[in-house]
Design a protein around this ligand. Structure first.
Ligand code: COA
Length: 208
């Protein structure tokens, strides 16, 4: 097994249909909702360098992609999938890290977000600095929320006026991140030896 993670390009188009099938079958198995993707949509992501693919030789192992919303004010990391035979080996973590780094490189000023019902994604995003938020903090771009139409929980989202649903919103705001700590300057002064405290010999020893 030799799994490699790549930024996807036109050489990976042959995997688009398998990616859609994997996303669909996995959502069915989990019994949760998912936004359906078409092969054309996945191909467009590959052609524009906005996706990450994991391959074991020629075999599809995993995938994730980037989408921008609200005039690039928000970037969503979506469609994370790992082939069942390769789960539990840290591959999703690697894909997540790569798509996160790619998002920051392509859109350094954008807020990055995901919505999920999955514990694994919540864990991975938290490790990357994402914070759980209500939907009010995410994009209000109608096109994003339209993607939820194919989710089995869409009626819940609609009923709540697009303000809450079963997914948790996770947000990474570059403006809220701590600046990297400046390394301490090399010491340039004199080393002063600490003066050892003299014991007070007048003190009477404590009675036992
Ligand atoms: C979710 C999914 C991508 C995880 O892939 P994976 O390669 O098995 O995940 P990793 O091995 O990299 O594990 C990453 C972390 O998630 C945890 N994790 C993985 N699967 C988990 C699960 N089913 N439940 C809870 N935690 C899980 C791991 O313990 C690990 O956490 P740690 O670093 O604290 O140990 C994969 O199970 C999958 O494709 N599922 C179906 C599609 C899906 O749910 N996509 C997310 C849509 S939002």
């Amino acid at each position: 097994m030799n799994v490699m993670i790549h930024v996807a390009d036109s050489s990976h188009l042959q995997h688009a249909q398998a990616i859609c099938d994997l996303i669909f079958v996995s959502a069915q198995a989990r019994g949760t909702g998912i936004a359906k993707r078409t092969p054309e949509y996945i191909e467009e992501k590959m052609n524009t360098g906005k996706a990450v693919i994991a391959l074991d030789g020629d075999k599809l192992v995993g995938f994730a992609y980037i989408e921008t919303w609200g005039h690039k004010k928000f970037v969503a990391n979506s469609g994370l999938i790992v082939h069942p035979e390769y789960r539990g080996m840290g591959i999703a973590k690697k894909i997540k890290r790569r798509i996160f780094d790619l998002s920051k490189k392509l859109y350094p000023d954008s807020k990055i977000f995901s919505i999920t019902t999955g514990l694994a994604v919540m864990k991975m995003n938290s490790d990357l600095g994402f914070k759980p938020v209500t939907f009010s903090e995410l994009t209000d771009d109608k096109e994003f929320w339209k993607g939820c139409q194919t989710c089995r929980n869409f009626d819940i989202l609609q009923r709540n006026d697009y303000k809450m649903c079963l997914c948790t919103g996770l947000l990474y705001d570059p403006a809220q991140q701590e600046p990297p700590a400046t390394p301490p300057k090399p010491f340039a002064g004199k080393i002063v030896k600490p003066i050892a405290k003299k014991r007070n010999s007048n003190k009477t020893p404590k009675k036992k």
